[in-house]
Design a binder for this molecule. Structure first.
Ligand code: NAD
Length: 487
């Protein structure tokens, strides 16, 4: 046992949100520099106590200490970026009012929503929720955070560490509990809910939030593919596939679950991946590269997917049925997996990977895009990396490296389809936790007064003339229709 925490019911969730409301009004009065000052202090605390926080993550999830430290470090990077860039991204700026409204000054700025509810998963219990928490705080909101029931200690630790910097304010509070506590947070007086977790729960969260028209951000599951082109650095691709598939026991939303390899390099890739997969194992010993399955019920999901693939003709070149045990699942590499097998169509969330051969990269793109998910993806190609990346239906793609976009704070993070919508990280992540405020200020009386009952027929004629001059020019009619098919 790692710790004991009291479950928060609806009343205590509502009390936390009421405290947060009070703090949110205070925090919104500050400047971006004020907020940066506080968040930088928090960043210092997190950095100096990185090992302690990583230990709580290790205790609660079972992941190796080094992996826990990696996610804490990346979360600190994001906190630093959000604090440093919030003013530039969200601050008030003038925009052109256009010729028609030239007598006005126009400006836009991004104001905080108020109180943000954050619901997090257990697989990266620091990095993942901090993608919402850091950006929401930097944008001027207060946060009430419900961590996964498997990682309440991490949530409590994060909130306590910020209280040390700001003792008298409820800038970040943690409420602890199961799905019911999350539901209570959705129903409380929050202004927006940021959810990270499974697609199935995301749908429930959205339905609950719909009752009060509370906007939601959904960061859900994935079934990420890695593509290997004929000119790829095959060794590097195999190394990336192994780490992307097996690290954190495959319990990574951005984990590599499917690989599509050009037939010309397929055998060499399989050989390299097999060698690497045999070199790593799950366990608690010092040499273990990854730990146990954190969620016991996930073992059955992995077993079901491996069984389905093998019973329908796939081959396990590493691992297989015997590799799936509770709580440790050993690396499994499945070849020639039917595209309609659950190992290809559903999120496995275990240290397994499918490898299928393709004739060319068009087939690879088509198969990679043939899933309802669209979170991340990876391309290994020397000459066509960016082109292939742009054709993949996923929110993020790494070229010639794996999951690297997640460590670049200025890049938005999020998916399409069953992987959710909305973005954390980067400028989009800051805007996600604010609303656009437009102000049009009249500087002088208009030459043509439009918004008055005193408008005359002469004014209407003048208005029509101005519009015709501005927009009425006949564009050259082309005989050929717009042909985009050949592009
Ligand atoms: P989960 O959906 O089981 O739980 C997520 C959170 O939702 C938990 O805190 C849980 O208590 C809460 N919850 C459960 N029922 C609820 C309800 N009815 N109302 C409100 N809250 C409720 O997910 P998990 O098992 O903790 O995490 C694994 C999943 O998260 C995987 O699918 C993974 O791909 C996904 N994930 C996505 C990202 C991303 O950024 N897209 C990151 C990490 C994990």
């Amino acid at each position: 046992m790692v710790g004991v925490y009291a479950v928060d019911d609806a009343a205590s969730v509502n009390a936390a949100v009421a405290r947060a409301r009070h703090t949110a009004e205070w925090w919104a009065r500050g400047t971006f520099a004020d907020r940066k000052h506080v968040l930088d202090q928090w960043k210092g605390v997190l950095t100096r106590r990185m090992a302690q926080l990583a230990d709580v993550v290790h205790q609660e999830t079972g992941k190796p200490h080094g992996d826990a430290q990696l996610e804490v470090g990346l979360a600190i990077e994001h906190l630093s970026w959000a604090a440093a860039n919030a003013g530039k991204v969200l601050g008030r700026r003038r925009v052109s009012p256009g010729l028609l409204m030239a007598n006005h000054a126009a400006s836009v700025e991004y104001l905080p929503h108020g109180v943000i509810g954050v619901i997090g998963p257990w697989n990266y219990p620091v990095y993942t929720p901090m993608g919402s928490i850091a950006y929401a705080l930097a944008a001027g909101n207060a946060v009430v955070f419900k961590p996964s029931e498997l990682t309440p200690g991490v949530g409590a630790w994060l909130a306590d560490s910020l209280t040390e910097v700001l003792p008298d304010q409820a800038l970040l509070q943690t409420v602890v509990g199961f799905g019911e506590t999350g539901e209570a947070l959705c129903r409380s007086d929050i202004d927006k809910l940021a959810f990270t977790g499974s697609t199935a729960t995301g749908k429930k969260v959205m339905a609950t939030c719909a009752e009060t028209l509370t906007p939601v951000l959904i960061e859900a599951g994935g079934k990420d593919a890695l593509l290997v082109d004929e000119d790829a650095d095959v060794e590097a691709a195999a190394d990336a596939a192994a780490w992307g598939a097996f690290s954190n026991a495959g319990q990574t939303c951005l984990g590599v679950e499917r690989v599509y390899v050009h037939e010309k390099v397929h055998d060499r890739f399989v050989e390299e991946l097999t060698r690497r997969a045999r070199e790593v194992h799950a366990g608690t010993d010092a040499d273990a590269k990854f730990g146990p399955m954190t969620l016991p019920t996930q073992v059955d999901v992995v077993r079901r997917h491996v069984d389905d693939a093998l019973s329908r003709g796939a081959t396990a070149v590493v691992g297989g049925r015997d590799a799936v045990d509770d709580p440790f699942i050993q690396p499994t590499v499945l070849l020639d997996v039917p595209e309609d097998s659950t190992a290809i169509t559903e999120e496995t969330f275990g240290p397994t990977v499918t490898v299928n051969k393709v004739r060319d990269m068009d087939e690879a793109v088509r198969l990679a895009n043939g899933t309802s998910y669209g979170l991340g993806s990876t391309v290994f190609s020397k000459s066509r990396g960016t082109e292939l990346a742009r054709r993949l239906r996923s929110g993020m793609t790494s070229v010639n490296s794996v999951i690297s976009f997640a460590a670049i704070p200025s890049l938005p993070f999020g998916g399409v389809g069953d992987s959710g919508f909305g973005r954390i990280h980067g400028p989009d992540g800051l805007r996600e936790f604010s609303y656009a405020k437009a102000v049009a200020r009249q500087r002088m009386k208009p030459a043509v007064a439009l918004t008055t009952f005193d408008r005359t027929p002469e004014t209407d004629t003048l208005f029509a003339t101005i519009l015709t001059v501005l927009h009425g020019r006949a564009t050259q009619l082309t005989k050929k229709p717009l042909d985009l098919d050949g592009r």
